[in-house]
Every structure is written in C-alpha cells, then in structure tokens.
Design a protein around this ligand. Sequence first.
Ligand SMILES: Nc1nc2c(ncn2[C@@H]2O[C@H](COP(=O)(O)OP(=O)(O)OP(=O)(O)O)[C@@H](O)[C@H]2O)c(=O)[nH]1
Ligand SMILES: [Mg+2]
Length: 387
Amino acid sequence: MELRTFVGPDLKETLARVKRELGPEAVILSTQSRRPAGGRHNWRLREIEVVAAVPPGSLPESGRPPEGDHSREGLSPLLSALHQELREVKSLLSRRLAEDPAPAWLQAYPEAAAFFHRLAAAGLSALVRGRWLAQVRPLLKGTRGPEQEQQAALQALRRLVPVSPGESAPPGGPRRVVLVGASGVGKTTTLAKLAIKAALVEGRRVGLISLDQERLGAVEQVGSFARLAGLPCQAATDRQELLRCLETLKDCEDIFIDTPGFNPCRPGLGEHLRRLLGGLPVVCHLLLPAPASEAHLALTLQAFATVSPATVILTKVDETQEVTGCVNQLCHRNLPVSYLTTGPRVPEDLEPASASRLAALVLTSRRPEAIWSRVPPSCEEVVLHAD
Ligand SMILES: Nc1nc2c(ncn2[C@@H]2O[C@H](COP(=O)(O)OP(=O)(O)OP(=O)(O)O)[C@@H](O)[C@H]2O)c(=O)[nH]1
Ligand SMILES: [Mg+2]
C-alpha cells in the first residue's frame, strides 16, 4: 500500500484533490484539522490534512492515476454498466447527428444551430426540420447576437405548426360540427365542452345530436348532458335520420354531433364514413389523442381522410410528455389544430390552439423534467427557462 498526504484549506477541496490525483481506488485513512506552520499568531487559521492510500503499483510515475478504462476498475458493477450505457448513448447520438447534421450555413448562427438540434432531440422529423430551416434562413439574415437568433428560431417554429381558430364556422352562418375519431379519444367529453362554451360563453342557440347508437349508453350520455345544460337533443342512427334531426334543430345557430368511436383498422371505414357524412352541410373535426404513437396517428389520419376533417382537436394533452409525433403528422398533412384538451373537466379543460402553445409543447417534448401543469403558456418562456 502506498500512502500520500494532502494538505488543503478545507475538506471538500482536499478530498477533490485526492480523488483527482489518486483516482477512485484511493482509501482515506485519516483527516485532521490543524493550525498551519507559521500560523501561530492567527488562531482562526486552520488547514486540513488528509492521508490517503492506494494499492502498490497503481500510481504511475507522475503520481496520477492511469487514464481510460483503468480508472473504472474501482467502480461498482452498477456504475460500470451505467458508464457503458452512457458511452453507447453518446456514440448513438453522435452517429445520428452525423447522419442528419445541421447545414453548413446554420453554423454561422450558433444559437439557431443549437435550436435545430433541440428540435431533433424533441422528436421532430427530418422533413419538419427541413421546413423549419427553410423558414428560419431568411429570418436569420441580419440578426445580431444570440437573442435575435433565438427570436428568429422561435418565430420559424411558430410558423411551422398549423393552427386554425375555433370550429371554422362560416362567418355569421350556422355551425354544424361533427366530431369523429377512434373510440375513447374524448369525442363526447369534447362535444360537451364545445357546446357549453358556445351556449354560455358565446350566447349562441345550441343543439346536440347523438349518432352513436353503437355503444351502450352513448345516447343517454349526450341526452343527460343536454338536460343538465338545458339544450335540445336528438338521436339518429343513419344519414336519413341525421338529415331529419338537422331539420328539427334548424333554429339552432350551432349543432354539435357526436359519433361512435370508429376503429381506424376497420376495412371499408372510408366508404362507411362517406356514405354517412359525405356531402352533408357539416364540418368534421378529427380528434387525435396526443399520447398515441405516431404510427397510430398516421393510421387514424389515413382512415378518416374521406371526411376531409377541417381541423384536428388534440385530446388528452395532459397525459403525455411528447407531442412531436402529432406535430410531425399534422405538418406532413398540413392539417391545422383548432383545440387542445387538457383534462376531463367540462368545460374547463379546453384550450383554443395557438402557435405559441404548440411550439412550447414541442420544445418541452421528451424532457422528463417538464411538468405539464407548469408548462408556461408561451414558447419564449420555455426557451428562457431552458437549461
Ligand atoms: N386526461 C384526460 N381525459 C380525458 C380528456 N378528454 C376526455 N377524457 C376522458 O377520456 C374518457 C373517454 O372520453 P369520452 O368523451 O367518453 O370518449 P369518446 O371518444 O366519446 O369515447 P367513445 O364514445 O367510447 O368512442 C373519459 O373518461 C373522459 O373523462 C382529456 O383531455 N384528458
Ligand atoms: Mg362517446
């Protein structure tokens, strides 16, 4: 065993030196606080002496511990495994960055280049990042300093995410809104939120129709909500009945129509939806659950394409930490988002979509430390609070 003595002004700094010079195998034999030589006249002055030992032959000529893998010999198996995993993640990351590097012109703007990599880490697809690059390039010209670069980067991100206000009512005209989507995505709950908002906040005459005769209790669900809210309600099973219900409620300024959950994998779904809703004076909105996988979202968008949804309502945003799969799919298809739903409460958990809010959600995607209830409403705040 080889012994070494270290002296320093405090314990923390002295132990750090021991670790630095002898490596993780060093064993601390003693620590001692003492008055330094020549410090007789200042009784407050103290220094720390640490005696440490290492196994014989483990110190190189210079007294420094060997570099590289040898420095890991003293680590526990768990730490070694973590170390190995970190190395693999690092090499995977550098391979990915090499495959999809930022373009050379972006290197002139370090802040924007860092933003580009942040978008990649959040999960935005190469295609969407390509669109961001096309947007940001003219905005970066003439910028001075990191702050202006950051503003340009944010502006390009906000422009990227398509949003559409409200339920796309024709100006002054009646709204005939159909909510479609897979089962359990929040159609009936969102219908109730929209109906309450229209009736109580906007003061419009609102009626409801349930087209969902498939699920047990679905008509009753809409009916009892209508009774509570004091709204007229009709139920239909097919296109002819739906037309009759629309006629019955013709004095309503807004009619919200609930549909059954359609399985996007069901063969012939497109044809079924076309026969049910095609050519009717209604606007369809597709509900997509934000926590679903990107593959499932792509499948759903494909399956409901025959009803040409005017907008997408992103539901259950509160149940996920990653919205980039949705954003990728919506950018690919140029489909705007009209609302976000952020919980089951009627009518509170409904937000009109905004470019700034969606950009904020993109920037906090795949960041486990992001806590949704504390997500700032704007992307500027997200960037400001970024580490
Ligand atoms: N966390 C969370 N839950 C929600 C949200 N929206 C709806 N829910 C809940 O999701 C469940 C299903 O909601 P529904 O509105 O019945 O869904 P649906 O699409 O009408 O379902 P089907 O009619 O069976 O196809 C209910 O428990 C709702 O309370 C949301 O934004 N966040
Ligand atoms: Mg329902």
